[in-house]
Design a protein around this ligand. Structure first.
Ligand SMILES: [Zn+2]
Length: 259
């Protein structure tokens, strides 16, 4: 039987299509639909500023301060209630890889790099062996009321304190140019890495102000986590550059912490 040339070509085309379809892996559609579920972990992250006596302070100063005596009582409360203070590296590993955390994880953070944090909080943290994080404004180092470079080195050398970046001059990053924000963020990272001679991978936004482009900037600059002032404790791998925190006020105990 002789097939016409046209019919032969048509059969060839059909055969090629069958082979092509058969060679497509069966699970392509399933793979493209697969989504990575976010890891969500409840970790309260406490935010402190000044650890100093409140006498003579105005309302604004008082709201940002916890007295040394009350700070010590709050830290003892954490220990007594069975909380385990964790580092940014532990939170990062938990969010990224699902690494286990100790029971009742909590983070203790300090913003701005005030000298009184070193003077009044660090001895308590060392005595109770509580890891904590200090976000430093690198351009304010060595100024009156702020830590010195040597102080930052000493805090880092305890092995309990993670030093994080908080820009060079504590500007509201959402109100300055993209280039200036880039320089503020990356500049503080570079300053602290020069002082400590190791990578700085945690960042806190001054005034808690951030925007979508800033989230990208912080990620591109090599930070693993970034901390806001959004109130909450639900940390997620999908918002690792928008971690939630809780501002702590002066009181003998942190009343809202669950027992
Ligand atoms: Zn700040």
């Amino acid at each position: 039987m002789h097939l016409s040339r046209t019919r032969t070509l048509a059969i060839l085309v059909i055969l090629i299509e069958i082979v092509a379809i058969a060679s497509i892996p069966c699970c392509v559609s399933a793979a493209t639909k697969r989504t990575v579920l976010p890891r969500v972990i409840a970790v309260p992250i406490l935010t402190y500023h000044y650890i100093r006596p409140l006498d003579g302070l105005d309302a604004s100063g008082r709201s940002l301060s916890v007295s040394p005596v009350h700070f010590e009582m709050q830290m003892e409360q954490l220990v007594l209630q069975g909380y385990h203070a964790i580092t940014p590296a532990q939170l990062d590993a938990a969010l990224t890889n699902g690494d286990p955390l100790p029971s009742k994880p909590i983070m203790i953070t300090f913003d701005d790099g005030y000298y009184d944090q070193f003077q009044n909080a660090l001895p308590v943290l060392v005595r109770l062996h509580l890891p904590a994080t200090m976000f430093i404004v690198s351009g304010f180092l060595n100024r009156y009321g702020y830590m010195y470079e040597s102080t930052v080195r000493a805090a880092d050398a305890t092995g309990l304190i993670t030093i994080g970046a908080h820009t060079q001059h504590h500007m509201n990053l959402t109100t300055i140019s993209t280039l200036r924000a880039h320089n503020e963020i990356l500049g503080s990272k570079a300053d602290l890495e020069r002082i400590l001679n190791h990578p700085i991978t945690a960042f806190a936004y001054p005034f808690g102000s951030y925007s979508t482009p800033l989230l990208r900037e912080v990620a591109a600059d090599g930070f693993h986590l970034a901390f806001t002032t959004v109130n909450g404790d639900r940390q997620s791998s999908q918002i690792r550059y928008q971690l939630e925190r809780s501002h702590v006020r002066d009181a003998p105990t942190i009343s809202w912490l669950s027992r």
